[in-house]
Design a protein around this ligand. Sequence first.
Ligand code: HEM
Ligand SMILES: *[C@@H]1O[C@H](CO)[C@@H](O)[C@H](O)[C@H]1NC(C)=O
Ligand SMILES: *[C@@H]1O[C@H](CO)[C@@H](O)[C@H](O)[C@H]1NC(C)=O
Length: 518
Amino acid sequence: MFYQSSQLVLVASWFLSFVFCIRWIRSKKSPVRHPPAVPGLPVFGNLHQLGSLPHRSLRALAEKHGPVMVLRLGRVHTVVVSSPAAAQEALKTRDLAFASRPDSSLADRLFYLSQEMAFSKYGEPWRQMRRIGVLHLLSQKQVHSFRKVREEEAAALVARIRAASGPVNLSDLIIDFTNDLICRVALGRTYADAKGRGSQLGALFGEFSEVMGLFPVRDYIPWLAWIDWLSGLDGRARKIGLELDALFEKVIAEHRRRKLTAKINADDMDLVDILLSLGDSNDDDDAASSSANISLTMDNIKGIILDMVVAGTDTTKATLEWALAELIRHPEEMAKVQEEIRRVVGPRGEEIREEALEGMERLKAVLKETLRLHPPGPLLLPRESMKTTELQGYHVPKGTRVFVNVWAIARDPTLWDKAEEFQPERFLGVGDSGDDAGALDFKGSDFRYLPFGAGRRGCPGIGFATVALEVVLASLLYYFDWEMPDGMSSEEMDMDEVFGLIVQKKSSVILQGRPFKA
Ligand code: HEM
Ligand SMILES: *[C@@H]1O[C@H](CO)[C@@H](O)[C@H](O)[C@H]1NC(C)=O
Ligand SMILES: *[C@@H]1O[C@H](CO)[C@@H](O)[C@H](O)[C@H]1NC(C)=O
């Protein structure tokens, strides 16, 4: 008996030391390293440290804790990336692992259960919609086909400014411009042309982006969901969801009717026409659909249209406002870019044609520099890891939320000369900025500069956005000389930001435009 048990102990202890040994060897080989964690509070974690401008707060935290750090936002495990190397690993090397998006109760309610492109999880439905978006809606060819619309809307904006006397609220006029442009491109002429209705649409989209910028507590601390109800967020979300749905039902019904009664010329198709022709591939032999092999639900179609509207309007508006504000504060840059535009267009510019943009390198540099200092999405859209993976040697569990602070990276003084200053010339490869940024673009290949993100989830609207921005800014700067109203000095242009779904200028851009006579 004694003999037996002592033998048992011997075997057991031998076995145990074997197990420990293996464990020890394993831990030597691949120690699990966790990224530095920012200390926080119970329950809330680091939520209270985000402040009203999270990109700025997160930069300050990263300076202390490093370019890959962990925060807890309520119960949400979050990794914040703030260096080009880490961004490259997350968006390129391990792109697939980080290609999903987190659950968002707002996106669920407002984006047709996330059955669209921007907010849906990685998976076959997203891939299908992304393919449609890239091939049929936002391709070079499609973007080019909308050029007449862009030129006309830019000219209409100029006419509106001409008609005004005294200082103009450019923010207001730019909102009209972006809404009209996107409506015509996405929903078709009929909606933009009907006066009055256009402004109602504007109000609807305005309320929509405001709601999308709110902070749903339930996504971070589920048992506090009742706060969203109390604060009115739930009610507003439901209401705007219903209104948008009603609008899109109407839009789609109108397009269906039109399609039945007349054969639509491929050049006259708007996004809804294109989506419907793809969705109806079973009973239709359009060239577009025969190769597509796709099945779009009604919710998909509505979701994609909404994506375009949301992604295309506020971002464009914000970028134009910042560009004008920066140029007003830097009169010498304003003078140089106006000289270029007026030289390229020549004296008889009735309407700025898009061919002319080719020769406007400085204009492009101004827009690039604007997006460097003021990316509308300073943290991109949140990503989520689809599986357990690594980042800069740190362990990142599945389901981790990832923010890439492209705003902080693009202002990092170790990467950029005079990082906080507005110097478009750094993108021309001239001047004394010392950056080798002459050929630097924003297509997501240089990880110091990612206003459109990168990789599988990067912005598919870059081409669409850049021509629209260029043609409007060129028009505004060709036809008018701008100054601050009522003898205010240009230093009084205030540059405060406000954080929502995107970061925008807090106060409107109000300027006095003097018509330029060539
Ligand atoms: C100044 C203009 C714009 C900027 C700065 C911008 C920026 C961005 C950023 C940062 C993202 C997230 C990328 C990521 O997570 O890596 C994004 C996604 C997206 N953008 Fe844009 N964007 C702009 C204009 C547009 C336009 C005009 C459209 C379409 C009409 C568009 C459509 C989209 C879509 C559909 C997504 C989601 C892609 C996905 O999740 O698969 N964007 N954009
Ligand atoms: C300018 O227009 C914006 C957008 O419509 C509006 O919110 C703002 O109050 C206007 N500012 C002034 C001073 O009228
Ligand atoms: C078409 O789609 C179906 C289902 O999504 C898939 O099983 C099939 O392989 C696809 N066919 C082609 C030719 O891509």
